[in-house]
Design a protein around this ligand. Structure first.
Ligand code: F1P
Length: 292
């Protein structure tokens, strides 16, 4: 079994541990009413996007998400939340150095032995969810489990869905599919983006990601026999019929989107292995992007 597969399987326990941290670390996370920008790169950026939607829709205050390299300097935020497993990603560190002293910064990290710990005002360490694997799985989802709990959500139903997602046999149609369009609404759009990235990173698969209601505005032209439209969370009305008419397969588990992401992670590992790739050593990737 690959290291990635091992780490994927530990997610339910990691989410419970992350949720259990809230009483100790709540003060490090944004207070209700604060204007917040959440930043990261790659997977961490997609978790930032999901959190931003969840926080704002839960009424906790204005929340924007940016790729660290695209941060709009000069905007008036009360706090920046930086999500980074490694704590060494160049764009994230550059951003923090640039805003230091002008706005409060919280870092949510996996590895506490990195320079970021001395640069930020508040720190949340999820070292138990850190990974050996290059591609992120459990760190990212544990961050979102932590943040959802901080917003007042009970993570237990998602954990139960996650356990089922780990135990389930993956349908053979999915393993042999040629293309995947991942779709989401609200916070599950960030999950759709991450699903697409995971399949590209671990399996070199052809994937695309869209807000679910945007899918009919062009992307549906890609779907056809042996291609998958995968919906996280709520299925928009009529989309099942639209996908059926293309001859493609609709995948819509209707479970918690974060738990459904686990099925994609498992699929990515399975497709990589079926194609003779090692999911632990993905092509052209490093655990953290450190630019010189
Ligand atoms: C972010 C990241 C990963 C990606 C790749 C390079 O890392 O972009 O999401 O999978 O391995 O690094 P981090 O800032 O969260 O450590």
């Amino acid at each position: 079994m690959s290291i990635t597969a091992d780490e994927i399987a530990t997610q339910p326990e990691c989410w419970e541990r992350a949720a259990g941290l809230i009483p100790q670390i709540a003060g490090a996370l944004p207070a209700t009413g604060e204007k917040v920008a959440v930043v990261g790169c790659g997977t961490s950026w997609f978790m930032a996007q999901s959190y931003a939607v969840l926080r704002e829709r839960a009424g906790h205050g204005l929340t924007d998400a940016f790729a660290a390299s695209e941060f709009p300097y000069g905007r008036d935020y009360d706090r920046i939340v930086a999500i980074t497993r490694s704590g060494t990603t160049t764009e994230v560190l550059e951003l923090i150095r640039r805003v230091r002293g002008t706005v409060k910064v919280t870092a949510v990290i996996g590895d506490p032995k990195t320079p970021i710990v001395d640069l930020v005002d508040d720190l949340v360490v999820l070292d138990f969810a850190d990974e050996k694997s290059v591609v992120q799985t459990r760190f990212a989802t544990s961050v979102l489990a932590l943040l959802r709990t901080h917003l007042g959500e009970d993570i237990a139903p998602a954990v139960a869905d996650a356990r089922r997602a780990i135990a389930e046999v993956l349908p053979p149609d999915l393993l042999g599919a040629e293309q995947f369009s991942f779709l989401g609404t609200g916070w599950s759009y960030g999950i759709a983006l991450e699903a697409g990235l995971k399949m590209r990173e671990a399996a070199g698969a052809w994937t695309e990601s869209y807000p679910a209601m945007e899918y009919r505005h062009g992307p549906i032209a890609i779907t056809g026999p042996n291609r998958i439209a995968w919906v996280f969370g709520d299925l928009p009305e009529g989309l099942d019929g639209d996908v059926a008419r293309t001859g493609g397969r609709l995948e819509a588990a209707g479970t918690d989107p974060l738990a459904d992401l686990i099925r994609v992670q498992r699929l990515a590992v399975a497709i990589a292995e079926a194609n003779g790739l090692d999911p632990d050593t993905p092509r052209n990737l490093t655990r953290s992007v450190v630019l010189s």
